[in-house]
Write a protein that binds this ligand. Structure first.
Ligand SMILES: Nc1ncnc2c1ncn2[C@@H]1O[C@H](COP(=O)(O)OP(=O)(O)O)[C@@H](O)[C@H]1O
Ligand SMILES: [Mg+2]
Length: 242
């Protein structure tokens, strides 16, 4: 693989099992002579290259497959066809409401995710810098995450992913729910990370953010990659969708 390419996605197909052929009881299951499951295609024949240091935007309506693509690239989901090659390390993927353990406190989540991803030492400095960026109080960080507002979850999730020393940062809508002050601070931080030469995969429903942060972008629709181009072009395509 060209050493300039950090992520190569080739003809990737992902489908999930779906039970929708009308099996409602054990009797149905026994008496119906067909399989009770069929598969639903979530990603269909997706190919995309990401260069080292590039920021790639991913846009599309809800349910178009953006998060599934990120999870497949990160190796959490195995594609049923196609190939993914990655020449770098990932920060944890913390999408809206996903990736944090809701029963654990903020502090416990920080320790767990730092330990799991192992790319920064779980020491008081790392924890302190996450706490500082998140602007969450001690009291909040001692509460289980299930008691957090969506804004607090976003603050914690984003701050943890930033603390990682990985090559690839994945941002899946995390910015959407923070307040404006926090959003502006996150944008500054994302530009700093970009300037350090890290690669960013950025999912957002705000075309202006995609245009600002990303070099190139793709648009998904019902699991198909329907547009690719510069971030400005795709941001404009996305605006025209609605
Ligand atoms: N674990 C799963 N099992 C079955 N279907 C799923 C699963 N995860 C996501 N889906 C379906 O995959 C489609 C794409 O979801 P997702 O990738 O989350 O879209 P997006 O991030 O663009 O909103 C949706 O139709 C969703 O219902
Ligand atoms: Mg999503």
């Amino acid at each position: 693989m060209d050493s300039d390419i950090i992520i190569k996605v080739e003809n990737v197909h992902v489908s999930f099992w779906q039970n929708n052929v009308g099996v409602y009881s054990i009797k149905d299951l026994i008496t119906q002579h067909k399989m009770p499951f069929k598969t639903k295609t979530i990603l269909n024949n997706i190919s995309v290259d990401v260069r080292r240091g590039e920021s790639l935007g991913i846009v599309g309506r809800n349910g178009s497959g953006k998060s599934t693509l990120l999870r497949t690239i990160a190796g959490i989901i195995k594609p049923d066809k196609g190939k993914i090659t990655v020449n770098g390390t990932f920060a944890p993927i913390l999408a809206l409401g996903a990736g944090l353990e809701s029963e654990l406190t903020g502090y416990e989540n920080i320790s767990l995710l730092l330990a799991l991803y192992g790319r920064v030492k779980v020491n008081s400095n790392a924890i302190e810098s996450i706490k500082e960026f998140s602007e969450l109080s001690d009291e909040v960080l001692c509460m289980p995450v299930k008691q957090y507002s969506s804004g607090m979850v976003a603050r914690l999730a984003f701050s943890i992913s930033l603390a990682n020393e990985s090559d690839i940062l994945i941002i899946d809508e995390v910015l959407a729910v923070g307040d404006q002050g926090f959003q502006a601070k996150c944008m500054d931080k994302i530009f700093q990370i970009k300037a350090q030469g890290k690669t960013i995969l950025f999912v957002s429903h705000f075309p202006e953010y995609v245009a600002k942060i990303c070099n190139n972008a793709i648009m998904l629709d019902h699991g198909e990659l329907i547009h690719r181009g510069t971030s400005e072009e795709i941001a404009e395509n996305y605006r025209q969708l609605f």
